[in-house]
Design a protein around this ligand. Structure first.
Ligand code: NOJ
Length: 513
């Protein structure tokens, strides 16, 4: 069967500042990534997603873009990008880049022109409103990162407020203005023409706002943009237009939306009956606790709401949330969680460093940088045990993650066949070797409380995946013989399954009857 690459792929998220540096600046760059591609090839992922590397004043660490079609000098230049892209393609790795359509930097020439000339042609590219009669902001929306502040900033010179769902340095584009849509389409073409394989589209649901910008109901406050009036009638035509643009190119270019609506049925709408997103992030599982019942609920939601309309995705960690190793509280759980990420039906997104079992860094108050308090999960990747962990500096832009001086580094873990890194590699290989794991239908199997098990089937190929969330052994009755393919503690791989899930175990089984 001819399936698009993004259904079978495992996508590896790279946060460029934190991945690898080529120049001793303490900040990662594109050439640094290129020099570490061996790690990704050895690990066995299929694609990378690069968080923004565009020109940016870095108020939101790159999600405030001042030029969508250039590389920030901090990260290199367009030649460095082209080298990275072609090296990835030579190794068979697809490259997905971030695209930030909802807002620009306040230093983007478009916004500078809009702000400086109330009657100028760029004014309508952003969302401007007069103050209320009492001088207050046009509505009650609050800004992300600081929910005590309005999502509006007063431009003293013109006496009007401009909208920003995020920082004041990130004014929202006005997608009701056709020129904005056209200009943003051009930015996609720029990267498509260079050869990228797809886009991760930042807060995509936000590009369609209710034309009246009505107040949020009180129960939505103070949850910022996630709860903003969700207006699919406005957003979906724009999403469909993006899809048509990508479909006009050869080679299965893919778009995955960051649809940050914490409601799976709303996320499902963005697949737009096969005419919208190829993939969409679905964050409720990321916020689920380490608990079989909570996960079962989230898995059921995906099976009933997403699967009928599109291909699901799974993500446990990213640059916006504490790592799951930290949230779940132990390496045993992080290991078992990998079987959820890589064993459930859908495309997994693996955040750089989770294969090393990295925990969030402890960031002392005087080193806090991010306005959203997300520094911990953005700690630099320790590549080696010594010498600035492969960064050629003693201290990088953020502190090292815990354990970097005690063997939690890529080089040391790679030498240890029992490491979490070795486990990720075995699990990725098991996935690659089984069409059931990559594409197969999924059916939950009855298990006692505390554990989940599911069967994946694609034609003759079958696997069973099980995760024991509890701290005690749980017996499971499969009704057939099976061999252990991968186990999160490595104990009985290659041996017949004895019918018992050890505490906090993840396991892949191949029926052998
Ligand atoms: C979502 C991104 O993942 C996050 O890092 C960023 O701050 C916001 N969108 C705003 O662009």
């Amino acid at each position: 069967m001819n399936r698009p690459w993004w259904q079978g792929a495992v996508v590896y998220q790279i946060y460029p500042r934190s991945f690898a540096s080529s120049n001793g600046s303490g900040i990662g760059d594109l050439e640094g990534i290129r020099r570490r591609l061996d790690h990704l090839a050895w690990l066995g992922v299929d694609a990378i997603w690069l968080s923004p590397f565009y020109r940016s004043p870095m108020a939101d660490y790159g999600y405030d873009v001042s030029d969508f079609c250039d590389v920030d000098p901090m990260f290199g230049d367009l030649d460095a990008f082209d080298r990275l892209l072609s090296d990835c393609h030579e190794r068979g790795l697809k490259v997905v880049v971030d695209w930030v359509p909802n807002h620009t930097s306040d230093r983007h020439p478009w916004f500078e022109a809009a702000r400086s000339d109330r009657d100028g042609p760029k004014r309508s590219w952003y969302v401007w409103r007069d103050p209320n009669p009492d001088g207050s902001p046009p509505n009650n929306w609050v800004a992300s990162f600081d929910t005590t502040s309005p999502a509006w900033t007063l431009d003293e010179a013109s006496g009007q407020w401009y909208l920003h769902l995020f920082l004041p340095e990130q004014p929202d584009l006005n997608w009701d203005e056709p020129e904005v849509e056209a200009a943003m389409h051009d930015t996609l073409r720029f990267w498509l023409d260079r050869g990228v394989d797809g886009f991760r589209m930042d807060v995509l649901h936000a590009i369609g706002k209710h034309p009246d910008l009505p107040d949020d109901p009180p129960e939505y406050l103070p949850i910022p943009h996630s709860a903003l009036n969700h207006v699919p009638e406005v957003t979906l035509p724009r999403v469909r237009a993006l899809r048509r643009l990508l479909d006009g190119y050869d080679g299965d270019r893919m778009m995955i939306g960051e649809v940050y609506l914490l409601d799976t049925s709303m996320v499902a709408e963005y697949y737009a009956g096969g005419e919208g997103l190829h993939l969409s992030f679905n964050f409720p599982p990321l916020y689920a606790p380490w608990d079989a019942g909570a996960w079962r609920h989230r898995i059921d939601e995906v099976a009933t709401m997403i699967d009928p309309v599109g291909w699901p995705t799974w993500v446990l960690s990213n640059h916006d949330n504490p790592r799951h190793r930290t949230r779940y509280g132990s390496e045993a759980r992080a290991r078992a969680a990998a079987f959820l990420l890589l064993g459930l039906r859908g495309t997994p997104f693996l955040y750089a460093g989770e294969e090393l079992g990295l925990e969030d860094a402890e960031v002392p108050p005087d080193r806090v940088l991010d306005p959203g308090g997300r520094d911990g999960c953005r700690a630099p990747i320790p590549w080696t045990p010594v010498d600035g962990h492969g960064w050629a500096v003693e201290d990088a832009w953020l502190p090292w993650p815990p354990g970097a001086d005690r063997g939690v580094d890529a080089e040391t873990l790679r030498r240890d066949p029992d490491s979490i890194l070795a486990l990720y590699r075995r699990l990725l290989a098991a996935r690659r070797g089984s069409s059931a794991l990559r594409f197969g239908a999924q059916r939950l199997i009855d298990t006692p409380d505390g554990a989940l098990a599911w069967e994946r089937t694609d034609g003759d190929d079958r696997r069973i995946v099980a995760v024991n969330f509890s701290g005690r052994a749980v017996p499971v009755d499969l009704g057939e013989e099976a061999v252990v393919v991968v186990a999160s503690d490595g104990i009985d791989e290659g041996l017949p399954f004895d019918g018992v899930l050890r505490p906090e175990l993840g396991i892949v089984l191949r029926p052998s009857g």
